[in-house]
Design a protein around this ligand. Structure first.
Ligand code: GRF
Length: 197
């Protein structure tokens, strides 16, 4: 699992694994941010937690850190890469290496509001419904095949914080469930579309 933030999705996924609702093992948790909550939570659960210095760019890994990440994950013999608030764009070499095996959660109903702070975009646009999307990662930004979505209402008195909090509750429900389907081979991918098997 890769993350840069507080790790609420990590917690929900780790809880689902512990409860037997998600047939998976979390081999390693990696963050580009040394103080990220996701690393503390992983360590508190006895999982391997690694800080990966991202190098000289702000929004992606540089030409040294990307191969280092590929090597680390390969040595950890992972089958899937689960992004949980990882704030660096992964592309090229990394995605070719783990093709169709990188999953992300995005805090909007894609294809609406890709990119950063999607809940703020939704609030500013004035939509009445937004939500979250579990999708496979392709070479675009938040453009890969959609695996699962859950809608949440936007309320009249919402602030960015209250809306994001409501979306995160949905994320913590939908992500472990979608991962269970995906990792146990119950999702067939055909072009952009995915189907239950
Ligand atoms: C989530 O809102 C997720 O949709 C986005 O980043 C946030 C991560 O939060 N990609 P957390 O670190 O899992 O709490």
């Amino acid at each position: 699992m890769l993350g840069s933030g507080k790790g609420s999705n990590f917690m929900a996924i780790a809880d689902a694994v512990a409860a037997g609702r998600l047939a998976a093992e979390i081999a390693v948790v990696v963050s580009d941010v040394p103080t990220a909550g996701i690393l503390d939570h992983a360590r508190a659960r006895g999982l391997r937690a690694v800080h990966l210095p991202p190098g000289r760019f702000r929004s992606k890994l540089d030409e040294e850190s990307e191969p280092r990440l590929i090597q680390l994950l390969t040595e950890a013999r992972i089958d899937w890469v689960v992004l949980a608030g990882f704030m660096r764009i992964l592309k090229g070499e990394f995605l070719r290496h783990f093709e169709q095996r990188v999953v992300n959660i995005h805090p909007s109903l894609l294809p609406s509001f890709p990119g950063l702070e999607a809940w703020k975009q939704a609030l500013a646009y004035g939509v009445k419904q937004t939500g979250c999307t579990v999708h496979l990662v392709d070479q675009g930004i938040d453009t890969g095949p959609i695996v699962a979505q859950e809608a949440v209402p936007v309320l009249g008195d919402d602030t960015p914080e209250s809306l994001h909090a409501r979306i995160q509750v949905a994320e913590q429900r939908v992500y472990p469930a979608a991962l269970h389907q995906l990792l146990s081979g119950r999702v067939r991918i055909e072009g952009r579309r995915t189907f239950p098997v």
